[in-house]
Design a protein around this ligand. Structure first.
Ligand code: KIV
Length: 310
């Protein structure tokens, strides 16, 4: 088990302070050590090891197949890369829906084995009791309502939630139930801007929007989306702040072409050895066409000859 001290520089209390000061909170997903290191260096205060890793890293169609072991594996890497950021790890499908006892067992494993600062789980009123038990056990919990991807099969696709008055009132109740249960922040995913604004005004904890407009306390995005990693994944709510997919493909093509043309590696990218040692190796390992007795003679001569340091 590789666990870093859980006293990370940014805590859930800092996030609450940012909300009170009206300082927008940026949160980004990270699934591995290098991304966590770069996001941390970029000053991102919260890194989410989202179960979206199932789709953007593991190649599944949804987040449903992701396991607790997957989350722990990736969570550990992100914690190792983050010096300052608060790391929150998603509880995957099936790890908390079967009751708060299972949730507590799985959340405890995730916290202990990754060294992360908190966990996130989906659902409003239906998850409130579970949130309460985790919080009572000392586990900070981030909630997640609106479009909750683990229920994508029930929603019939990735659709905006809360567009009708009934659904909207329900979402406000969900947010309040989570805040009352002790969630330290709530993700609002694919919620109309005006409704996300109303929820943000009605709860006492930070709201973190994704496809929920600019009036949340903060924003979260999937790192692959903002980096422009995929041509075929372009959610409306995301902005491509870079074109890393194109840059990566161009670099890989250039590498292949250089290998095929024999221009890589060049002398400056190669290593050299002492001529004396080289001769000794040639003598000890004659090539097929070399005469063994000649090789033995060279070896004897070399052994008799004074070495460079003598
Ligand atoms: O898994 C994830 O990346 C998430 C974000 C979309 C909030 O839950």
């Amino acid at each position: 088990m590789s666990v870093k001290p859980s006293s990370r520089a940014i805590t859930v209390l800092d996030l609450q302070r940012m909300r009170e000061q009206g300082k927008p909170i940026s949160m980004l997903t990270a699934y591995d050590y290098p991304t966590a290191k770069m996001a941390d260096a970029a000053g991102i205060p919260i890194l989410l090891v989202g179960d979206s890793l199932g789709m953007v890293v593991l190649g599944y169609d949804s987040t449903v197949p992701v396991t607790v072991d997957d989350m722990i594996h990736h969570g550990k890497a992100v914690v190792r890369g983050a010096q300052r950021a608060h790391v929150v790890v998603d509880m995957p499908f099936g790890s908390y829906q079967t009751g708060w006892q299972d949730a507590l067992r799985n959340a405890t494993r995730i916290m202990q084995e990754t060294g992360c600062g908190s966990v996130k789980l989906e659902g409003g009123e239906r998850s409130a009791e579970t949130v309460r038990h985790l919080v009572d056990a000392g586990i900070p919990v981030m909630g997640h309502i609106g479009l909750t991807p683990q229920s994508v099969n029930a929603f019939g696709g990735f659709k905006v939630q809360g567009k009708t008055p009934r659904e909207a009132v329900h979402l406000i109740q969900d947010a309040k139930a989570l805040a009352e249960a002790g969630a330290y922040a709530i993700v609002l995913e694919l919620v109309p801007t005006a409704l996300a604004h109303m929820i943000t005004q009605r709860v006492s904890v930070p709201t973190i929007g994704i496809g929920a407009g600019p009036f949340c306390s903060g924003q979260v995005q999937v790192v692959h989306d903002i980096l422009g990693m995929y041509d075929d994944i372009n959610p409306k709510h995301a902005r491509r702040f870079g074109e890393i997919g194109d840059a990566t493909r161009a670099a890989m093509t250039a590498y292949r072409e250089a290998v095929e043309a024999g221009t890589f590696p060049a002398a400056a990218e190669s290593f050299y050895m002492d001529e004396h040692a080289l001769e000794l190796i040639r003598a000890m390992t004659p090539s097929a066409e070399q005469d063994m007795s000649e090789a033995e003679r060279v070896l004897r001569d070399l052994e008799d000859a004074p070495t460079r340091s003598e």
